[in-house]
Design a binder for this molecule. Structure first.
Ligand code: NDP
Length: 455
């Protein structure tokens, strides 16, 4: 801030005559429709809200830096991992799952841990959680699960009975239910929890060799959780406790960080794994698939504008970069489509051009807008090919009749036209051209029309 007095303008940058008094017809008369300053201010207010996220409506986001600490170039050609010490800008959004916008951010629920890496090869979005597993493993049940977590369709409040009704009917949820109901189901804000890519992904190296991978982010602030009594009390007096805790920590230069690890599994190991290694309700045991350190994630910059940078932040598991790819995990397969789909609805089809979502380390060059409109001929010299095939498949008698018919008609035309057309026939077949030329020669070309005499 310079301290200089700034001129107040409308959205087009034009100075506004008054931000407090509307334009009226006289001192006590009605307002004028031409008061564009009032109209714009009112219209903006009426329409400035956007649909909230279907899930994860409550959250906060910050920028940071990912730094490679350990070499994994033998596993992936992704440029962000290309050398130890390499730094990549990130944007991370933390969230709860079920509550609607305006709800508390410290109740018992899973937490979203979504990371956007602004890499030189475009954005890589690792849209994870604070748990390595999930309630369901088939996307067909996802919508039912989320409905069970939201408000009752008639009474409109969240109900424990809806959750347990779903969970008791879906045994694959057991692992995640125990996790959620345990100590880590109510983390003390966003800084004191781990993050997981949760799904199995794949890494691809420069020799096009693939290995399956899981991503882990372990908090360097240590795990801390609220007791049931603590969060229930706190959410009444400080419902945005987690958002405030993270903002203030960064504002004070107390930057939180996480250590990134991977677990890897070869194709051979995947084939012999005791269960489906792409099942999102199960982990890969650490003893068999040890954590390998890769890097450090540090969060160090608060956004300037919550709406522009956090509310409009859009992550998609579809955003992967060369060297990182998906797996047959069914939940992941569905998320590849559904995230971008919901962003198009919530933010519009140009959501990916909003600064927080656009690439920061490379340029966009999509084919979605074509070049200049013009009348451009196809210009492909292929008109004789199929005509030749056609002519060559005709029987001698059919060819005779064809030449006869052409000559009967073409023979009535001016010589210049005859020559031009015979030239085209020659591109199809020499014999056809010769025969038409001979046949038309027998027919007298029409004489030019006499020109009217000049007056
Ligand atoms: P390990 O004994 O090697 O590791 C146990 C894991 O559980 C650690 O990552 C630990 O995290 C985490 N943990 C400890 N307490 C809790 C808790 N109250 N709630 C959630 N997680 C906790 O075990 P395995 O790899 O053989 O896995 C055993 C179980 O541990 C799994 O069924 C899973 O539920 C849980 N787990 C496993 C993970 C994996 O990727 N293998 C990851 C996270 C949990 P920390 O080191 O941060 O304390």
């Amino acid at each position: 801030m310079t301290g200089e007095k700034q001129t107040l303008t409308n959205a087009a940058g034009v100075p506004v005559p008054s931000n407090e008094v509307s334009k009226s017809a006289g001192k006590r008369g009605p307002l004028l429709l031409e008061d564009y300053t009032l109209l714009e201010k009112m219209a903006h207010f009426n329409r400035e809200r956007i649909p909230e996220r279907v899930v994860r409506a409550v959250g906060s986001g910050v920028y940071g830096t990912f730094t490679v600490t350990d070499e994994i170039t033998h596993l992936t050609k992704a440029k962000l991992f290309s050398e130890v010490g390499k730094e990549t800008e990130v944007f991370v959004r933390f969230s709860t799952v079920a509550k609607s916008k305006g709800g508390s951010d410290i109740y018992r629920d899973l937490r979203g841990f979504a990371i956007k890496f602004y890499t030189e090869d475009g954005n890589w979005d690792l849209v994870g959680n604070n748990t390595p597993i999930f309630f369901v493993r088939d996307p067909m049940k996802f919508m039912d699960f989320i409905r069970s977590q939201k408000e009752h369709p008639q009474q409109h409040w969240r109900q424990d009975e809806m959750w347990w009704d779903f969970w008791s009917l879906v045994p694959e949820s057991l692992h995640q239910v125990l996790w959620l109901m345990g100590d880590r189901g109510a983390p003390m804000g966003w800084r004191h929890m781990n993050g997981y890519g949760s799904h199995t992904f794949s890494l691809i190296n420069a020799d096009s060799e693939r290995i399956w991978v899981k991503f882990h982010f372990k908090t360097n602030q240590s795990i801390k959780n609220f007791t049931e009594e603590q969060w229930m009390h706190l959410q009444g007096i400080e419902p945005r406790w987690a958002t405030k805790d993270l903002y203030n920590a960064i504002d004070q230069g107390n930057y939180p960080s996480w250590t990134m690890y991977i677990q890897t599994m070869t194709d051979e190991q995947a084939k012999n794994f005791p269960w489906n290694p792409f099942d999102l309700t199960k982990v890969w045991p650490h003893d068999d698939y040890p954590l390998q350190r890769v890097g450090r994630l540090e969060l160090n910059r608060n956004p300037e504008n919550y709406f522009a940078e956090v509310e409009q932040a859009a992550f998609s598991p579809g955003n992967v970069v060369p060297g990182i790819s998906w797996s047959p995990d069914r939940m992941l397969q569905a998320r590849i489509m559904s995230y971008a789909d919901t962003h198009r609805h919530r933010l519009g089809v140009n959501y990916d051009t909003i600064p927080v979502n656009a690439p920061h380390a490379t340029e966009v060059n999509t084919p979605y807008r074509e070049g200049m409109a013009d009348r451009i001929e196809l210009n492909e010299p292929d008109y004789a090919d199929q005509a030749r095939l056609f002519y060559q498949m005709l029987s001698p008698e059919e060819k005779d009749r064809l030449v006869h018919n052409i000559a009967g008609s073409l023979g009535k035309c001016m010589e210049a036209i005859q020559k031009r057309q015979i030239g085209l026939f020659r591109e199809v077949d020499e014999e056809l051209a010769d025969r038409v030329a001979a046949a038309t020669g027998a027919v007298q070309p029409p004489q030019p029309e006499p020109q009217p005499a000049a007056v």
